[in-house]
Design a protein around this ligand. Structure first.
Ligand SMILES: [Zn+2]
Length: 328
């Protein structure tokens, strides 16, 4: 994940600060504890280096960092990426004053990051100048862990946001990048490989037989917004938790994706009954290594992030798993 391995970071701190390796490790441990799971060990090491004024990069102005290499606690970072999403400007009160904050998502060929802007720059969002498809370069930004575990680049008064018309950014390669669970943030697509550590019983809800959209009960019967009164069928929603050694995440599948994952149709599973269906699902999935692809969403009600499943591979090849172990 980092350009510099943690052992090297510690060595650099050792030579520039005069602290012993044990003392540095102690500080990293303290930082990890203080940030309570918000940063990785590498991230904590970066923060400690920053606080001690140890320069980790020979020349911090040597060019932009790749988005996948951003670590919470970094300062004075330069990044460049294509805007792929712009959020509505939010206003909030602080000390009796109304402030505004804007955020967007940028991507490069290695990953994506949320970018958070304050002060008059939010007008660029309101005016539509900061829009999807343009390339921006941020200088002197700082990286923060968001309160739900993702990484964000914030701009301060001395940061620069440049509309970059010269750099070309190729996003991804069509495929979704494989990431570690501890590195994911909201509003991104992710591919994860992990072990199924928990399965939940499937739940059922009524949908339109024509368009599979949710239906509502009305006086005249069950209604689809598009197809009027219909004889509904049951659809299934199913959740599991996977763990990849860095962290775990709850993943949820709806309709045919749930049916594929479970290996039963909604009607079959309903016929089985929740408990029996759960038993069968456990036999099929518990403890298995699976690959999951989907969108990361913030679940505000539970203050956690979840993955909405688009694609599942319940038998990732041995080669892929081995590769993953090597990469660790
Ligand atoms: Zn319908």
């Amino acid at each position: 994940m980092l350009q510099i391995p943690i052992s090297e970071v510690i060595k650099k701190i050792e030579t520039s600060s005069g602290l012993s390796e044990a003392e540095i490790n102690e500080q990293i441990k303290k930082k990890l504890k203080a940030l309570d799971g918000l940063v990785s060990e590498e991230g904590a090491a970066y923060i400690v280096a920053n606080e001690l004024g140890v320069k980790l990069f020979e020349d911090p102005t040597s060019g932009p960092l790749k988005l996948k290499d951003l670590v919470a606690g970094m300062r004075s970072v330069e990044i460049v990426g294509k805007v792929t999403r712009v959020f509505d400007v939010r206003s909030f009160q602080r000390e009796g004053k109304t402030n505004e904050v804007g955020s967007l998502v940028i991507e490069d060929e290695t990953g994506r990051s949320r970018v958070v802007i304050w002060d008059e720059r939010v007008n660029w969002i309101k005016e539509g100048k900061l829009a999807e498809g343009i390339v921006i370069r941020v200088k002197n930004g700082y990286v923060k862990a968001s309160n739900i575990g993702g990484k964000e680049v914030h701009l301060s008064a001395r940061s620069q946001l440049i509309f970059d018309t010269e750099t070309e950014i190729k996003i991804g390669s069509g495929g979704v990048a494989e990431v570690k669970i501890r590195d994911i943030g909201p509003d991104q697509q992710a591919r994860l490989i992990g072990t199924v550590v928990r399965v939940f019983p499937p739940h059922f809800y009524k949908v339109c037989p024509e368009c599979s959209k949710k239906v509502t009960e009305a006086d005249e019967g069950t209604r689809c917004n598009k197809h009027g009164v219909v004889e509904p069928k049951f659809a299934m929603v199913f959740s599991l938790v996977i763990d990849d050694g860095t962290e775990s995440i709850r993943c949820t599948a709806f309709q045919n994706r749930a049916e594929n994952l479970v290996g039963m149709s909604a009607a079959e599973a309903k016929e089985f009954g929740e408990e029996k269906a759960l038993e069968r699902i456990e036999t099929k999935l518990a403890g298995k290594n699976i690959q999951i692809e989907g969108n990361i969403r913030e679940n505000k009600a539970f203050d956690r992030i979840e993955l909405m499943i688009n694609n599942v591979n319940v038998n990732p090849s041995a080669k892929m798993i081995a590769q993953r172990l090597v990469n660790k």
